[in-house]
Design a protein around this ligand. Structure first.
Ligand code: PFF
Length: 456
C-alpha cells in the first residue's frame, strides 16, 4: 500500500507496542472477572478451555485485526472502507465503534469503584468497616461519589488519549505495565504462601468437568474475547500505529500469553487468600462485584499488613483499568478524527463527553435508575452482557470472515510476513484457521448465544 499519510502518529518501539496492547488486554477482565468465572465454571476444566480458545481463536483474531489496521493505516471504520471500498464491510467497523461505546460506559463505572476503594484503603476507612456488603451497597447505590470517580476515570483517560499515541498511550503504558505485572506477582506470591492457601490453589486448578456444558464453552470464548480486547476494532486501531517491520505474530503471541499469565496470577492472588482468611464458599458467590468489593476487603482486614495489600490491590486494579480504557477511547477518537476530520483535541472531547453521558446512566443503574430495565436487565447489566457476550463475539466472527474470505490469503500473508521478509511455518496454518476453523467455532457459539440469551 502506498500513499500512506505521513502525519499519522505511531508507536515508537516494539516494547511500546507490547506495553500498549498488553495494557489494553490486561484489565478488569483479568482481575475482576476471570477468577470468579473460572472458579464457578469448573476450575481447571474452564482454564483448559480458555487457554484453548486463546491459542486457537484469540491469537488468529488478534493477528487478523493487526493486519487489517496496519495494512489500511486507518481507524477501525476507515480500515474496512479502504480495504473493501464500496461494500457494506464498513459496518463491521461501525459495530466496533458502537461496542467501544458500550464497553467504556459500564467499564468506567467499575473503574470508578476501584478508585473509591483505593481511596478507602489509603485513607484507612476500609479497615474500620464492619459490614462490607453494606459499605459497598451504600457507596454503589449513591449518586455523587460513584459519579465523581467515574468522571475522574474518564478525565484521566481523555488526557492520555489527547496526548497522542507516542507521547500519551505508549508513554503511559510503558511505565505502568511492568509495574503492574510486578505488583500482581508480589500479591500473588503473598496470597499463595498464606497458611491454608493451598486448598484454594487446588480448588482453582482441579478440573471439575461435571459443571462444564455448552454455556461454559460460551463463557470461555466470551471471556477470552473480552480479555484479549478482540472483536471490536481496538487492535485494528492499535495495528494502524504499528511500524511496518514489527513481527505481528510474535507481538500477538507475547500479548496473548502475558494476558493469560496475568489472568492466572490474578486468580492466584484472589482465591487462595479467600480460602485462607474467610469462611466464604467461593462456589456460592454470585457473579458480579461481590468478590472484589465485599469478600476481598474482609480478607485484607483479616490479614497481617492488610492495609498495604488492600492499597496495592485496588491501586493495581485502577491502573489496569486505565490502560484498558484508553485503548477503548482511542477507537472512537481515531474514528472521529479521521472520518470527520476533527483535530485530536476536538475528537477526544466529543468522544469522552458522549461516552460519559452513557456511562452516567450505567453508574446510576445501581441507584436512582435501579428499577429501569430493558430485556429484564439494568442499563449496566445490558451494556455488560451485550458487549461481552454478543457484540464482541459477533465482531470477531465478522473480522475472521473478512480476512479469510475478503482480504484473502496473499494480502494477509504479505502483511504478516512484512512483505515476505520473515517466514514462519505458522503463517499458512493460521490463515487456514482464520478461513475455516475460527468462523465455524465462533459462528456456532454466536448463534447459540442468541438462543441462550433468549433473543431468538
Ligand atoms: N481487555 C480488557 C479487560 O480484560 O479488562 C477489556 C477491554 C478493553 C475489552 C478493550 C475490549 C477492549 F477493546
Amino acid at each position: 500500500m502506498t500513499g500512506l499519510p505521513t502525519d499519522r502518529d505511531s508507536f515508537g518501539s516494539k516494547f511500546g507496542v507490547i506495553a500498549a496492547t498488553a495494557g489494553s488486554a490486561v484489565g478488569l477482565g483479568n482481575i475482576w472477572r476471570f477468577p470468579l468465572v473460572t472458579t464457578q465454571n469448573g476450575g481447571g476444566a474452564f482454564l483448559l478451555l480458555y487457554i484453548g480458545f486463546v491459542l486457537i481463536i484469540g491469537i488468529p483474531v488478534m493477528l487478523s485485526e493487526f493486519s487489517i489496521g496496519r495494512r489500511a493505516q486507518q481507524n477501525a471504520f476507515g480500515s474496512f472502507k479502504k480495504l473493501a471500498p464500496k461494500t457494506p464491510w464498513f459496518m463491521v467497523g461501525f459495530l466496533g465503534i458502537l461496542t467501544a461505546f458500550a464497553i467504556l460506559a459500564f467499564y468506567s463505572t467499575v473503574a470508578g469503584w476501584t478508585f473509591e476503594y483505593l481511596f478507602q484503603s489509603i485513607s484507612g476507612k476500609l479497615l474500620t468497616v464492619d459490614n462490607m456488603e453494606e459499605n459497598f451497597s451504600d457507596f454503589s447505590t449513591g449518586t455523587v461519589r460513584p459519579l465523581f470517580w467515574q468522571l475522574l476515570v474518564m478525565l484521566i483517560t481523555g488526557v492520555v488519549v489527547y496526548a497522542g499515541i507516542k507521547k500519551g498511550i505508549e508513554k503511559f503504558t510503558k511505565i505502568l505495565m511492568p509495574v503492574l505485572v510486578l505488583l500482581i506477582l508480589f500479591v500473588a506470591v503473598r496470597s499463595v504462601t498464606l497458611e491454608g492457601a493451598m486448598e484454594g490453589v487446588r480448588y482453582l486448578f482441579l478440573p471439575d468437568w461435571s459443571v462444564v456444558n455448552f454455556k461454559t464453552v460460551l463463557m470461555a470464548l466470551g471471556q477470552a474475547a473480552f480479555s484479549l480486547s478482540i472483536g471490536m476494532g481496538t487492535l485494528i486501531t492499535y495495528g494502524s500505529y504499528i511500524q511496518k517491520d514489527n513481527h505481528l505474530l510474535s507481538t500477538s503471541t507475547q500479548v496473548a500469553l502475558t494476558d493469560t499469565f496475568v489472568a492466572i496470577l490474578s486468580s492466584l492472588m484472589v482465591i487462595p487468600a479467600i480460602f485462607a482468611f474467610s469462611d466464604v464458599v467461593v462456589s456460592d458467590l454470585s457473579p458480579g462485584p461481590g468478590l472484589v468489593f465485599e469478600v476481598l476487603p474482609n480478607v485484607f482486614n483479616a490479614m497481617p499488613g492488610g492495609v498495604i495489600f488492600s492499597a496495592i490491590f485496588f491501586g493495581l486494579l485502577s491502573l489496569a483499568a486505565l490502560t484498558s480504557t484508553i485503548s477503548v477511547l482511542e477507537v472512537v477518537v481515531a474514528w472521529l478524527k479521521e472520518e470527520l476530520r476533527l483535530t485530536r483535541k476536538a475528537a477526544t472531547i466529543i468522544a469522552s463527553i458522549s461516552i460519559t453521558l452513557l456511562g452516567i446512566l450505567a453508574t446510576l443503574s445501581f441507584g436512582e435508575l435501579r428499577e429501569f430495565t430493558i430485556f429484564g436487565k439494568t442499563i449496566f447489566g445490558l451494556l455488560d452482557y451485550a458487549s461481552a457476550n454478543i457484540m464482541l463475539t459477533f465482531g470477531a466472527l465478522l473480522i475472521v470472515i473478512f480476512v479469510g474470505w475478503k482480504m484473502g490469503e496473499s494480502d494477509f500473508l504479505e502483511e504478516i510476513s512484512n512483505r515476505g521478509t520473515i517466514q514462519s511455518v505458522f503463517f499458512k496454518i493460521i490463515f487456514y484457521i482464520i478461513r475455516y476453523i475460527a468462523p465455524v467455532a465462533i459462528g456456532i457459539i454466536t448463534i447459540a448465544n442468541f438462543f441462550i440469551s433468549g433473543i431468538v
